[in-house]
Write a protein that binds this ligand. Structure first.
Ligand code: MF3
Ligand code: CO
Length: 294
């Protein structure tokens, strides 16, 4: 097959784990994929397409992930340190039998990323960082439950936030819906990013290029890379079962970023202006998509 896997016989058991014969299960689906591949389309390898059993497990992980973000949402306010947010995330996640995915991930020292104001992503929680009225902060939670991964993030406005900051947060939130409207099964992953890019640009903002969404489920970061500065019709075909995050980072000023922080993680806008990000996790279905984590 196009993905290097051997072709199955009609009466063999299907690769998807259904226990059914191939001809009664994914044969037609695979013929469609093979034809698309032959016509030059880029397709996900089938091992990245999530089975219903895997989706059920990943949803359990996401239940914890959404729960932890709801928990943070109820408590985050002026005077709280990002270290306290980290503690909430660690405690909630572990009390629910799960592991915070960022902890020790490639050396990341905390359980959650907290990115305040001009921090684009990967902010490290700290006792020195007190949230003040007027701050905007992204809290990015990722959970491992029984080996299955979920990942989503939200913005929080602390106290009285300027009109400009609020608009950035709201436009970035709305951009996720714009991206979802562009998500069509058998369309292209680039349709999503392109729609988000135009929406951000029309609102006078720029979009970070170096970071984006990613496949997820059996691992924290699977293929594909999901760009939000790309052309419609580009990238992988959105085959049902493909699971990934939509997580645009939208800047008030220029798109350039500064990765020179000696801690090796914290990413800032180069011009020091504000930046916002929301993240959801979705799976492509036969007739659209299903939200997994938000
Ligand atoms: N949660 C981030 C994402 O959306 C990844 C953070 S990696 C970490 O992909 F190590 F910084 F946690
Ligand atoms: Co992510």
């Amino acid at each position: 097959m196009y993905d290097g896997e051997p072709e199955l016989g009609r009466n063999d058991e299907c690769w998807c784990g259904s226990g059914k014969k191939y001809k009664k299960c994914h044969l037609e689906f695979d013929e469609r994929l093979e034809k698309l591949a032959a016509s030059g389309e880029q397709l996900p390898p089938r091992h990245l397409l999530k089975t219903p059993e895997q989706i059920a497990q990943i949803k359990k992980s996401a239940e914890v992930n959404v729960g932890v973000l709801d928990f943070v949402a109820e408590r985050i306010k002026e005077g709280v340190t990002t270290e306290e947010v980290d503690r909430w995330v660690y405690d909630y996640t572990t009390e629910h039998g799960a592991i915070p995915a960022p902890l020790d991930y490639e050396g990341f020292p905390k359980s959650v990323c907290t990115s305040v104001n001009e921090v684009v992503c990967h902010g490290i929680p700290s006792t020195d960082e007190v949230l003040r009225s007027g701050d905007i902060v992204n809290v990015d939670c990722s959970t491992i439950l029984d080996g299955y991964y979920s990942d989503s993030s939200r913005m929080f406005c602390i106290g009285d936030v300027s009109e400009e900051a609020k608009r950035l947060v709201d436009v970035t939130h709305e951009s996720i819906q714009v991206g979802l409207r562009a998500l069509k099964p058998w369309g292209h992953i680039g349709d999503i990013g392109a729609a988000i890019y135009s929406f951000a640009k029309d609102n006078g903002y720029s979009v970070v290029r170096e970071f984006g969404g990613h496949g997820i489920g059996l691992d924290f970061h699977e293929d594909p890379f999901v760009s939000f500065a790309c052309r419609p019709g580009s990238g992988w075909v959105l085959v049902p079962g493909l699971m990934f995050t939509i997580e645009p980072m939208i800047n008030q000023g220029k798109h350039k970023i500064d990765m020179s922080d000696p801690n090796g993680w914290t990413v800032r806008t180069k011009d020091g202006k504000l930046t916002a990000q929301w993240e959801i996790q979705v799976v492509v279905t036969e007739d659209g998509y299903e939200l997994i984590s938000w």
